[in-house]
Design a binder for this molecule. Structure first.
Ligand code: 21W
Length: 210
């Protein structure tokens, strides 16, 4: 989807390797943490120089992917989709020198689990944001009527055949009226949400678990 969107000129993305901006002969990008402790910390210098080179003059929104950031929500993704240019900074291993915070506009996480770096979260963010860019999804599809968009999980879907290994498609979908089908889908979405993600209910606009 993103490749097609790029071909169609709807969006573009570039990759920059922080190691190319090191100023030491070993091209080292991390060092031991002051005060001790396990793991390495990414140095400020290559990150500052990379950010300078990448942004040079143009107005950009700078996001650091970090497990301590605010949770990426569909609401935030939609807002980000309206921006002209975003720079995503990915840490690796144990994180980045705190002074990098001075050149960052926003810190985002994609969920409360620990990964080995910010690269996959960056791709997740790009994919999630791109869906809100007009034209990226198919013509009739819209990011706003998808799962989570209205605070509910998706309703059950079926395609042919109407009967498969003894499992039948609900009668209402085969010959129900449009209004009844809409009602059924709404009920099913509510039921699924209650079963799987009860904390998504009780809000419609504001979430308390993010
Ligand atoms: C994992 C970075 C653990 C830092 C202070 C003292 C980006 C991520 C990441 C990673 C630590 C996201 C420490 C969900 C994620 C990411 C790598 C903690 C140890 N700090 N969203 N000790 N999950 N992960 N460092 O892991 O960079 S967005």
């Amino acid at each position: 989807m993103l490749g097609r969107a790029r071909e169609n000129g709807l969006l573009d993305f570039r990759l920059h390797n922080i190691r190319d901006y090191t100023d030491n002969k070993h091209r080292k990008t991390d060092d031991y943490p002051f005060g001790g402790g396990a793991g390495m910390v990414m140095m400020a210098q290559p990150i500052y120089d990379c950010m300078d080179a990448v942004t040079e003059g143009s107005r950009v929104h700078r996001i650091l992917l970090t497990p301590r950031g605010r949770l990426l929500t569909p609401e935030r993704a939609q807002q980000l989709s309206k921006l002209d240019r975003i720079v995503l900074l990915c840490g690796h291993y144990e994180g980045v020198d705190e002074r990098v915070g001075a050149i960052i506009d926003e810190e985002l996480s994609i969920g409360d689990y620990v990964l080995t770096g910010g690269e996959l979260p960056a791709m997740v963010l790009v994919d999630c944001v791109a869906r809100f860019v007009p034209g990226v999804l198919g013509s009739e599809e819209s990011a706003s009527d998808e799962s989570h968009a209205d605070g509910l999980l998706e309703y059950p879907q079926y395609t042919r055949p109407a009967s498969f290994r003894g499992m039948d498609v609900p009668e209402i979908l085969l010959n129900g009226h449009h209004a009844n089908i809409e009602k059924w889908r709404r009920e099913q979405a509510l039921l699924k949400t209650k079963q799987m993600r009860p904390t998504l209910l009780g809000r419609f606009g504001k979430r308390t678990d993010r």
